[in-house]
Write a protein that binds this ligand. Structure first.
Ligand code: NAD
Length: 502
C-alpha cells in the first residue's frame, strides 16, 4: 500500500505546503495515517471567498463555449490520471477500486456533458401582449458557488457541481469532507494544471477549503456566496438550509436516502436479485442511493429472503476485504462510528425481526484498525419506525406486502425521498409505481443505485429537494432574467392596458 499511496499522492504536488497537525487523514482500508493537514483559518476562508468573488467577475465575461473548453481540458486531464485518482479515492474512502474507477469515469462523463452544455445555455423568447415589444428570458452567471461534499462520493459530486458551475460562468469554492480532503486536493491540483495553460482562467477560479463543520459553516453563512450546494446527511442539511435561507441565499441540498425496491408477484428474480445485491451491499451500503428496504409480494418473500441470505453469507465469508484487491466486492466502512451505527441498528431491530442473517465485524485480526462488516439481511413482519432512519451500512430489510397500494404506502412512509425501484414484468404495476413513488428517482427493473449523469439527480422530502448533474440542473447555477424591449417609435403601451396619460 505505501507504493500505491506514494503514486497517488504525486497528484498533489503542493502537499508539503498543506501539511500541518490539525487534521489527521486516515485510510479506512487499514486505519493507517495518509497525511496530516492544516485546516484553513477563518481569515484564510475569508480570503478565499474574496478571491472567488474577483475570479467570478472575470470568468463571467469569458464566452460560455470557451468556458466549456476549460472543462474539456479538465476531462482530458482526468482521463490521463484516472487510475491514480481512482486509487486515491479507494485509499481515502474505502470503496473498491472498480467503483473508484467508476467514480472518476463519472467525473469524465460530466465534463463531456458540460462541454456540450456550454453551447446550449438556452433562454426563451416570449410572446408580448403589446405591439412592437420583444420579451426574452436570459440566463446569467450567478457568482461564487460553495460546494460541500460527503465522504462517500469524494470526487464525483464535486465534478457534478463544478463542471456545471464553470460552464455557467461561476467560480467555485469546495469544502470537502474532513474524511476525504486528499482526493479534493488532487482534483484541485489537476484543475490548477489545466488553468495554468488557459489564459482566460482567473486566479482562484476554483479553490479548496480544508476543514470541518466549522469551515463549512463559515462558507454557508457568507452572503458573498449566492449558492451553497451541500451533499451529506439530513442532519447537515437541517443546519445548512436555514442558515442559507436566513441570508436569502440559494441552497441545493442532496441529503440522505432510505431507498426501497418493490418486488412484485410478476418479478423476474434473475433480474431482481442481482439488482438488490449491488444496491444493498455494493459500496458497503455507503451510497445515498443504497437499497435499504426490499418490499416483497408475500408470495415471494420466503424465496427472496432465502436467496439473499445465501448470497449475503457467501459475500460475508469470501467477498469482504481490502478494496485494493481484485475480487473484493465489499470494502470497509469509513470508520469505527459507522460500524457502531450498523451494530446499533441491528440491535434496535432485533426484537421486531423474524430473522437476521449476516452482520458482525470481519477481518478484525488482519485489519485491527479498520472496520470491515459482513452484510446483514433482516426479515420483518412489517415496517416500523425503527427503520425510518438511514443507517449508512450494508443492512437490508425485507418487508412483505399484499397489494401494490400497500407496497406504495410502505414505500412512501419514510421521511426520505431519494431513489426507488420496482421489479415487475407487469406494465400496469410499473406505470402505477412511477406515478406514485414519492422519490426523485423511480426505476423499473433497475436497482436504486448507479445513476447516469444525464438525468437530474436528487430527491424529495428530507433528501432536500435539490437536483444536480444532468437534464436542466444547470439552471440552479445561473440567475434568470426576464427582459422586455420596445422597438416602436410611438409612445409605448403599458401592460394590462393601463392608461397613464400626462
Ligand atoms: P455529513 O453530513 O457528516 O458531512 C457532509 C459534509 O457536510 C462534510 O463536508 C461536512 O464537513 C459538512 N458539514 C456537516 N455539518 C455541517 C454544517 N452544520 N455546516 C456546514 N457543513 C457541514 O455526511 P457524510 O457522513 O460525509 O456522508 C454521508 C451522508 O451523505 C449520508 O447521509 C448520505 O446519504 C449523504 N449523501 C447524499 C448524497 C445525495 O446526493 N443525496 C450523496 C452522497 C451522500
Amino acid at each position: 500500500m505505501p507504493e500505491t499511496l506514494d503514486q497517488s499522492l504525486k497528484l498533489i504536488p503542493n502537499l508539503d505546503s498543506l501539511r500541518g497537525d490539525s487534521l489527521v487523514v486516515t485510510s479506512p482500508v487499514d486505519g493507517a495515517e495518509l497525511a496530516k493537514l492544516r485546516v484553513d483559518s477563518a481569515a484564510e476562508v475569508d480570503g478565499k471567498i474574496a478571491l472567488s468573488v474577483k475570479a467570478f467577475e472575470a470568468w463571467r465575461d469569458v464566452p460560455a463555449p470557451r468556458r466549456g473548453e476549460l472543462v474539456r481540458l479538465l476531462g482530458e486531464k482526468l482521463r490521463a490520471n484516472k487510475e491514480d485518482l481512482a486509487r486515491l479515492v479507494t485509499l481515502e474512502c474505502g470503496k473498491i477500486l472498480e467503483e473508484g474507477r467508476g467514480e472518476v469515469q463519472e467525473m469524465i462523463d460530466i465534463c463531456d456533458f458540460a462541454v456540450g452544455l456550454s453551447r446550449q445555455l438556452y433562454g426563451l423568447t416570449i410572446q408580448s401582449e403589446r405591439p412592437n415589444h420583444t420579451m426574452q428570458e436570459n440566463w446569467l452567471p450567478l457568482g461564487p458557488v460553495g460546494i460541500i461534499s460527503a465522504f462517500n462520493f469524494p470526487v464525483a459530486v464535486w465534478a457534478w457541481n463544478a463542471c456545471l458551475a464553470l460552464v455557467c460562468g461561476d467560480s467555485c469554492i469546495w469544502k470537502p469532507s474532513e474524511k476525504t480532503p486528499l482526493t479534493a486536493l488532487a482534483c484541485q491540483a489537476l484543475l490548477d494544471e489545466v488553468c495554468q495553460t488557459f489564459p482566460e482562467a482567473p486566479k482562484g477560479l476554483s479553490q479548496v477549503i480544508v476543514g470541518t463543520v466549522e469551515q463549512g459553516t463559515q462558507l454557508v453563512e457568507d452572503a458573498r456566496v449566492p449558492l451553497i450546494s451541500a451533499t451529506g446527511s439530513t442532519r447537515m442539511g437541517r443546519a445548512v438550509g436555514p442558515k442559507v435561507a436566513a441570508r436569502f441565499g440559494r441552497s441545493l441540498l442532496e441529503l440522505g436516502g432510505n431507498n426501497a425496491i418493490i418486488v412484485t408477484e410478476s418479478a423476474d428474480l434473475d433480474i431482481a436479485i442481482p439488482s438488490i445485491l449491488f444496491g444493498s451491499v455494493g459500496t458497503a451500503g455507503q451510497r445515498c442511493t443504497s437499497t435499504r428496504r426490499v418490499i416483497v409480494h408475500e408470495s415471494l418473500v420466503d424465496e427472496v429472503f432465502a436467496k439473499l441470505s445465501s448470497a449475503y453469507l457467501q459475500i460475508g465469508e469470501s467477498k469482504v476485504g481490502s478494496p485494493l484487491v481484485a475480487g473484493t466486492l465489499v470494502g470497509p466502512l469509513i470508520d469505527g462510528p459507522a460500524f457502531e451505527g450498523m451494530e446499533s441498528a441491528l440491535r434496535a431491530v432485533e426484537s421486531e425481526a423474524e430473522a437476521i442473517v449476516g452482520g458482525g465485524r470481519a477481518l478484525e485480526s488482519e485489519f485491527p484498525n479498520a472496520f470491515y462488516a459482513k452484510p446483514a439481511v433482516v426479515k420483518l413482519k412489517a415496517q416500523t419506525p425503527t427503520i425510518h432512519t438511514e443507517t449508512f451500512a450494508p443492512i437490508t430489510y425485507i418487508i412483505p406486502y399484499r397489494t401494490l397500494e400497500e407496497a406504495l404506502r410502505i414505500h412512501n412512509e419514510v421521511p426520505q425521498g431519494l431513489s426507488s425501484a420496482i421489479m415487475t414484468t407487469d406494465v400496469r404495476d410499473a406505470e402505477t409505481f412511477k406515478r406514485y413513488s414519492d422519490c426523485g428517482i423511480a426505476n423499473v427493473n433497475i436497482g436504486t443505485s448507479g445513476a447516469e449523469i444525464g438525468g437530474a439527480f436528487g430527491g424529495e422530502k428530507e433528501t432536500g429537494g435539490g437536483r444536480e448533474s444532468g437534464s436542466d440542473s444547470w439552471k440552479a447555477y445561473m440567475r434568470r432574467q426576464t427582459s422586455t424591449t420596445y422597438f416602436g417609435r410611438e409612445k409605448p403601451a403599458l401592460a394590462q392596458g393601463i392608461r397613464f396619460d400626462v
